[in-house]
Design a binder for this molecule. Structure first.
Ligand code: ACM
Ligand code: ZN
Length: 476
């Protein structure tokens, strides 16, 4: 409150009853409210935040911030003479434990400063996961000491006009971002893509592909047919070494390994991949992909981490008669099974998430229909996002418990500037944060819309160049 009000509130260990105070109380017993929950009480003399964990106190502080007028967000002087908060008591906690946003740092590169600002904005909305997409066809963005060419070569792409574009985060910068996020209740979950979306790595180390290359860091968007070879042992050695450094940098219990969009043509024509398929008694290249992911899953598990992958990590070629060319989530007898502790992120719709929940996997929902914040604002309006329920109606109560949460994905093929990112993300992320936090019975679009009008002023004070969704600002 200091920049806005000019009050410097001194920090004291135990505020005495004689003075007004904002008191933050950490108490194990408050766990009865829920792990990330809090109680916020405002009386004429005191504001008290009460929680069992620092995250709860942090969310209480965000709620207090939102009870204060938008002028509290800047130093314009609007609240210099004081600001009031109504007396209240709020018992609050999240519906889902996983409230995330994917930030693609590969298609376009975001500075440490911008990334921290993004973290601040996630934290304001009580989100708790930054899913950081760090490797791609178009750029490798994380320094790996053992493989310097990943960033010397893989972090830079050359356009048709000869211009270079790129960048990467040093290990020191990554540690800084991880701890910045942690102090705001946010876990940074790194995504290291495999076996596909790996051209930047293959440009640096072409021997890890089926054909041997050469490759250039991609400038075109889309899906490449080249990927890591599933037959060569050195590929697994490389990935385990990379993941070892990744685990040293990221305390997250979860490591995302991608797994989406892997054409099988290279593997089907590679003698080493075919030898692996025979030796491991795998029926086809889909089974080979499962073998690949299972091996990495075991490696992560042996290090106490859990794998997350996109819904493709579960798919098989259909075994239904007459559906030979199709792929689906049905499991053939004798086909490889992914360890149930692996988490599946459903993006091509919700079918992958439903199938995964029924097989006992935890599931993160981010279907393109509601959660792709890079899609146009005409296609996915704020109300579309707000209407989303991450728990599909067809799941039983038992199966529904596997839906651990939701993510808003910000891919950046079409987002090169911070203002453009603000426009794509806000206010749709505000809607998503309420989807992630609140029970459906407490959600109401008209009520949300009214609150968003005020919240928009807050975002404006924070310098967020948000989209003035006509469905909110000029309703018919
Ligand atoms: C994805 O959007 N390819 C996960
Ligand atoms: Zn191969």
């Amino acid at each position: 409150v200091a920049p806005a009000t000019g009050f410097a509130l001194p920090l004291v260990d135990a505020p005495d009853d004689a003075h007004p105070a904002i008191a933050f109380m950490l108490d194990e017993a408050a766990v009865d409210l829920g792990v990330e929950s809090y109680r916020l009480t405002v009386t004429p003399s005191r504001v008290t935040a009460y929680a069992s964990k620092p995250a709860g106190l942090f969310y209480a502080a965000q709620s207090l911030r939102q009870l204060l007028p938008p002028g509290i967000e800047d130093s314009s002087g609007d609240v210099r003479s004081g600001a009031a908060v109504r007396c209240c008591r709020i018992d609050d906690g999240p519906r889902f434990v996983w409230r995330g946003s994917l930030l693609d740092a590969c298609r376009h590169f975001w500075s440490v400063e911008h990334t921290k600002r993004y973290i601040d904005l996630l934290a304001l909305h009580k989100m708790n996961i930054l899913h950081w997409h760090l490797t791609e066809d178009q750029g490798w963005r994380i320094e790996i000491a053992k493989y310097p060419k990943l960033t010397e070569i893989g972090a830079w792409r050359t356009g048709e006009d000869g211009s270079r574009y790129g960048g990467f985060y040093t290990q020191e910068q990554i540690r800084d971002i991880v701890s910045y996020a942690e102090s705001r209740g946010i876990t940074v979950v790194p995504e290291i893509e495999m076996p596909g979306h790996s051209i930047a790595a293959l440009a640096a180390y072409p021997e890890l592909s089926c054909t041997g290359g050469p490759f250039e860091v991609r400038t075109a968007w889309g899906v490449s047919e080249d990927l890591y070879c599933a037959g060569k042992e050195e590929v697994f050695g490389f990935l385990e070494n990379v993941l070892t450094e990744v685990m040293e940098l990221f305390p997250s219990r979860w490591i995302h390994v991608g797994g989406d969009e892997c054409p099988k043509v290279r593997w089907e024509n590679c003698p080493q991949c075919q030898a692996r398929q025979r030796d491991e008694h795998l029926a086809d290249a889909f089974e080979l992909q499962k073998y690949f992911i299972n091996r990495i899953e075991k490696f992560l598990a042996s290090n106490g981490r859990r794998l997350i992958g996109w819904d493709e990590i579960l798919e098989s070629r259909s075994s239904k008669p007459g559906h030979h060319a199709q792929i689906d989530f049905a499991e053939k007898d004798g086909s490889l099974r992914l360890a149930p502790s692996a988490i599946v992120q459903s993006w091509r719709g919700v079918e992958g998430g439903i199938a995964a929940a029924r097989k006992g996997h935890h599931v993160i929902m981010s279907p393109v229909s509601h959660c792709y914040l890079d899609y146009s604002v005409e296609q996915i309006t704020t109300e579309t996002v707000y209407s989303y329920d991450p728990v599909p109606g067809e799941l039983s109560a038992e199966e529904s418990r596997h839906i651990i949460g939701v993510e808003g994905n910000v891919w950046t093929e079409g987002i090169a500037e911070p203002d453009r990112m603000d426009f794509q993300v806000f206010p749709r992320l505000c809607a998503l944060s309420e989807v992630a936090w609140s029970e459906p019975r407490t959600r109401d679009w008209d009520d949300f819309r009214e609150r968003l009008l005020i919240h928009g002023e807050r975002l404006e004070r924070l310098g967020v160049a948000y989209w003035r969704d006509p469905g909110v600002w000029q309703p018919r």
